[in-house]
Design a protein around this ligand. Structure first.
Ligand code: AHR
Length: 636
């Protein structure tokens, strides 16, 4: 393929091309990116999920039960755990009277224990004289890796918070560990103590309080994302119109967060709230696409027109919380109190999620008729600089009113992703690709057969072709988000994700698609430049990065009829003898090969080499079938 790239005539490229959607699916929030180690730390419930003692076990015969006390820890956290000690709960060991009782928590399918400071806290109500012992130990051998004594300052008439730090003296050999809190039964005055909000954090990403798990945050940061879409996905819509993801419930002290009736089959803590997402965006320098609830929920509940205004007002408050001035706006002041006086940057607000889906025809029609227009008008009246994004695209049959933008989602086969290549060539309205991933094999049963369990190599190449297509149109494609981004190997609802994890960080696995995104996102263009040649089986985009002063080529070969596709590439005006770095990713022989968290085998082969242009200014290289390449010159 002979490619001659012109020096002018392309389009400016949006700087947010490569990003991700985060919502709490697959325990990617609680027990995942959110670093809290204690599962079910506050016995939260909702209209969908009851409070349970899941995760908790008694020690030495203590009796654990859930109680809704007359004076709960807070309005948000109504249920607590009562720990009763009786004479039978006092065990005798070694002939001496050991009165140690308490409870243990096995975390989110284990806990990673290392020689590092853990920060913990718990609330107690009830009279107790003595001290508490917080420990981390093996579930298999009971070996204690670290423990600390916390002097009790309890009271029978109020809840008292206890804080502690615990540094193990030994790394645990595996993640089959528990956290325990024990105390002397003899010191308990009235037979029992009540506990709530029992929390334990390892060190977090960037050291943030209530922060993120370091290895997962770094795995995300490692593919150089520039766009973050939050908080869903389906999470935003909620199970019904009384149970959508209300951002106000996610703010402030943990004891004021009631939790969320997650839409993926589990109660959620609200620990990973709006503020935590904003810190994440700031720490990774991500542009946010902020989802606002728009009156459609997953069960098809639709808010009628005459009741929608309060939701529009709520969205305006949410935008004010994120970006309002701390001195002059109510919600800006709240944000300042929570530690961020300066407004966060906010350019993109999305109204709802997949409105063409949950409510059937009525949902989609009401979206077009009044729900999107009401939000668009109100948001742009107050914030004219914000791009308001419809939760559907022009391909979902919506002539999106100006100055709105669209959102297009594609979960496809490799072939259907390759078909994306020119999909946006003639679309004039800006769009995000709010969710994208290869999830089904070609020629299979599609959604009827479920999703493939891991991103696989030919799926990744399909994604590469679609991304190249989006990047060619990046004056109108604001950015594309991989979704969903991470999955717990212990409980998941959606298989194909970019990063798999378990409690043990050694299981954290970067998928084949992660390597594609790392390569493409790590080589951003500021402008595309037109080129001469046709596409198929080589799909490519060419351009430049004016900030770095380089020329770029990104390409993918899909379904070539020869083993290798020779490429001859020249950039107009580039002098002969220019040096470039060429990176080529190839995969396993089996196009369905994947990166397996259980074997640790990485099937992606990365080869980097220096190439120099010949006397005609041409770079010559070849790409095998099912490969991806980036070439970036050292200078322009
Ligand atoms: O990414 C998983 C789900 O797929 C999202 O929550 C939803 O928007 C889409 O249907």
């Amino acid at each position: 393929v002979v490619i001659s790239v012109k020096a002018t005539g392309g389009n400016a490229t949006s700087p947010h091309q490569y990003g991700f959607l985060h919502e709490d699916i697959n325990n990617s929030g609680d027990g995942g990116l959110y670093a809290e180690l204690i599962r079910n730390r506050a016995f939260q419930s909702s209209s969908i999920f009851n409070s349970t003692l899941e995760g908790w076990t008694p020690i030495n015969g203590a009796a654990l039960s859930l109680k809704d006390l007359d004076e709960p820890l807070s309005k948000a956290l109504k249920t607590s755990m009562n720990v009763a000690v009786s004479s039978s709960s006092v065990s005798k060991r070694n002939g001496s009277s050991s009165q140690v009782v308490g409870f243990a928590n096995d975390g989110y399918w284990g806990m990673d224990v290392k020689i590092q400071p853990y920060t913990g806290s718990f609330w107690v109500r009830g009279e107790y004289e003595g001290s508490f012992t917080a420990s981390l130990q093996s579930n298999l051998t009971s070996e204690v890796f670290g423990s600390t004594e916390i002097e009790a300052k309890t009271s029978s008439s109020e809840w008292v918070e206890h804080e502690f730090e615990l540094t193990p003296t030994k790394d645990a050999p595996n993640s089959n560990n528990t956290f325990s809190l024990t105390f002397d039964a003899a010191g308990v005055k009235d037979g029992s103590l009540d506990f709530n909000l029992i929390s334990l954090f390892p060190p977090t990403y960037k050291g943030r309080k209530n922060g993120l798990r370091i290895d997962l945050a770094e795995a995300i940061e490692g593919f150089y994302p520039t766009l973050l879409r939050i908080p869903g996905g389906n999470m935003l819509e909620g199970n019904n119109s009384n149970a959508w993801w209300d951002w106000k419930d996610t703010l402030g002290p943990l004891k004021d967060r009631p939790g969320f009736s997650g839409v993926w089959g589990y109660q959620q803590s609200n620990g990973l709230g709006l503020m935590e997402y904003l810190w994440l965006a700031e720490d990774m320098d991500l542009e946010i696409v902020l989802g606002v609830y728009n009156g459609l929920s997953l069960n098809g509940d639709i808010i009628p027109k005459d009741q929608l205004q309060s939701f529009v007002d709520d969205a305006l408050d949410q935008i004010e919380f994120v970006s309002g001035d701390a001195a002059t706006t109510k919600w800006g002041a709240v944000r300042a109190e929570l530690g961020h006086p300066a407004p966060f940057k906010l350019q993109y607000v999305e109204v709802g999620n997949e409105d063409w889906l949950a409510g059937g025809d009525e949902g989609w029609e009401t979206f077009k008729e009044y729900r999107f227009p009401m939000f668009l008008e109100a948001i742009n009246a107050k914030y004219p600089h914000i791009t308001v994004i419809s939760s559907g695209s022009v391909f979902d049959g919506y002539e999106i009113p100006a100055p709105g933008a669209g959102d297009y989602h594609i979960y496809g086969t490799p072939d259907s992703l390759v078909d994306q290549f020119d999909l946006f060539d003639n679309v004039t309205i800006p769009h995000i690709i709010g969710e994208a991933a290869a999830v089904h094999p070609n020629g299979g049963l599609g959604w009827d057969a479920g999703l493939l369990e891991y991103p696989w190599w030919s799926g990744t190449i399909g994604e590469a072709v679609s991304m190249i297509g989006y990047e060619r149109n990046a004056d109108r494609i604001i950015g594309a988000a991989y979704a969903p981004i991470i999955r717990s190997l212990d409980r998941w609802q959606w298989a194909a994700v970019m990063i798999q994890f378990a409690a043990d960080p050694a299981k954290t696995t970067l998928s084949t698609s992660w390597y594609l995104w790392e390569l493409f996102a790590g080589h951003l263009m500021t402008h595309t430049l037109p080129a001469s040649s046709d596409f198929n089986p080589l799909y490519y985009v060419t351009g430049k990065n004016e900030d770095k002063g380089t020329y770029l080529f990104k390409g993918a070969v899909f379904n070539a009829t020869t083993d290798e596709v020779p490429v001859s590439l020249a950039f107009e005006g580039l002098r002969p003898g220019t040096e470039a770095e060429l990176t080529i990713l190839t995969g396993p022989e089996d196009p369905y090969g994947f990166n397996d968290p259980f074997t640790g085998v990485n099937v992606v082969k990365t080869v980097k080499e220096k190439v120099v242009s010949d006397e005609e200014g041409r770079f010559a290289f070849s790409m095998p079938d099912l490969s991806i390449a980036v070439l970036e010159t050292k200078s322009a």
